[in-house]
Design a protein around this ligand. Structure first.
Ligand code: ADP
Ligand code: MG
Length: 424
């Protein structure tokens, strides 16, 4: 009951303060309230924000909101519209400030922190509350309404067939969970800074930054690293595979490329990840058709015309076949980041990470020493096999033998499907 009173008071005060304070933005609303009150059409939370009995039930699972309202002296319940209204604002303000959990609740709510910052006896900071609160850009709702705003309904459908868009809340692997070498870490850090200090870079006219090419065999973490960067920066991730935007009608391909780049600009700041970058090279050498050349040229021009500093789009290309790229393609990137197969030390770290949630006794160093040539993705597969094999006999704890056996099976399988190294 007490907790329900607290939540109800928090919500009613938040709505009241948000409604009457023009300085407060939609990002100031706590993420759960923002999601609840989100207006898909407008792509924001519209004022005024009202609190109904139903809101309390949905948000906090409060079964008897009317009784809660009646038990608080500063609230009334209006049958008409089933709204909860504040009668004496100052009384509600005082009640929350005095509540033993009040300060904590205010500190986690930027709208309240903004109001209470100068309220005597309370030590809360708006800046701190705001930093802890997730910005709207991490949510699916926000990106969906933005996409439908920047393109018409029909166009939206088309472009979504070409590009896969992730928002930070959907990205499950963080940079900390990836095992990267120092060069990779430095490059990632450089780009994170470039996005953070974009205004400064514009001011000093340093525009040649923000186009990266990730090069390395499959399964070495190229896609995961690019995604994790967008998770870290809390900006959307737009992923396209070149094979997917290449239409059998070549005239469409050039249009598709423009659509994708326009989408990325509309979602700025964001990361535009172009996978299978070598695809352009393949089509180039196999066919001299004029339309095909035009499509490739459209892509190269689109890359030239997009800038991190001007448009807020960080472009990352990725390829497993760098030798297929010609100088016209290489020239477009300001930095090449190598993703080599992991060495023994990195393999050990990847295994330790993958095994960290799994019970049992095993020695990751020994497995690392017998998995030369394995990618990060191969190592994950080995662990998965070991886990599944143990589950076949209803066993949850793994031992070293399970892992060694899974390596053996993996070797047998890859000998069977042998792919020459330069084709991988
Ligand atoms: N260096 C690494 N550290 C941790 N996990 C890795 C690493 N390299 C690959 N993986 C894992 O292998 C899987 C495939 O990686 P991915 O990023 O798709 O590789 P790529 O894009 O280079 O083909 C992912 O689950 C990823 O987490
Ligand atoms: Mg990939």
């Amino acid at each position: 009951m007490d907790d329900e009173k607290l939540k109800t008071t928090e919500l009613v005060l938040t709505a009241e303060i948000y409604n009457k304070t023009d300085d407060l933005q939609v990002d100031d609303l706590p993420a759960n309230l923002r999601k609840h009150y989100w207006d898909d059409k407008e792509g924001t939370v519209k004022r005024p924000l009202n609190v109904t009995a139903k809101d309390l039930t949905i948000l906090y699972n409060i079964k008897n909101p009317v009784e809660i309202a009646k038990s608080l002296p500063f609230l009334v319940y209006e049958e008409f519209g089933s709204q909860l209204k504040l009668t004496v604002f100052d009384l509600g303000v005082k009640w929350l400030a005095k509540h033993k959990q009040g300060a904590k609740c205010i500190q986690n709510n930027p709208v309240l922190a903004h109001f209470y910052e100068n309220y005597d006896s309370l030590d809360v900071s708006y800046e701190e509350a705001k930093q802890k609160n997730e910005p709207k850009e991490v949510s699916r709702q926000w990106i969906d309404s933005l996409i439908s705003q920047i393109s018409g309904e029909k166009e939206t459908e088309e472009v979504l067939k070409l590009a896969h868009i992730l928002v930070p809340e959907e990205i499950d692997q963080t940079l900390d969970q990836l095992v990267l070498n120092q060069d990779q870490k430095d490059e990632v850090e450089k780009m994170v800074k470039a996005i953070q200090f974009r205004d400064y870079l514009t001011r000093i006219g340093l525009l040649e930054i923000g186009k990266l090419l990730f090069v390395g065999p499959p399964g070495t973490g190229k896609t995961s690293t690019a995604r994790a960067m967008s998770g870290k920066l809390k900006i959307p991730f737009v992923e396209v595979k070149l094979s997917m935007i290449t239409d059998q009608y070549l005239g469409e391909t050039a249009k598709n490329i423009d659509r994708v780049f326009e989408l990325a600009k509309g979602l700025s700041p964001c990361i535009l990840f172009i996978d299978e970058f070598d695809f352009i090279a393949k089509t180039r050498s196999s066919d001299e058709h004029a339309a095909l050349k035009r499509a490739v040229n459209t892509l190269l021009k689109a890359i030239d015309n997009i800038s991190l500093v001007k448009h807020g789009v960080l472009l990352i290309g990725a390829t497993n076949h760098p030798h297929l790229l010609d100088s016209a393609a290489w020239r477009r990137f300001d930095d090449i980041v190598n993703f080599p197969l992991p060495d023994e030390e990195m393999r050990q770290k990847i295994l330790e990470y993958v095994l960290s949630e799994i019970d049992g006794t095993f020695n990751a160093a020994e497995i690392a020493s017998i998995t030369d040539g394995y990618s990060g993705s191969d190592l994950r597969m080995v662990v998965r096999e070991a886990v599944l094999n143990a589950l076949m006999v209803d066993r949850f704890a793994l031992n070293q033998e399970d892992l060694v056996r899974a390596v053996g099976e993996f070797n047998k399988r890859s000998a069977f499907n042998y792919i020459p190294e330069d084709e991988r």
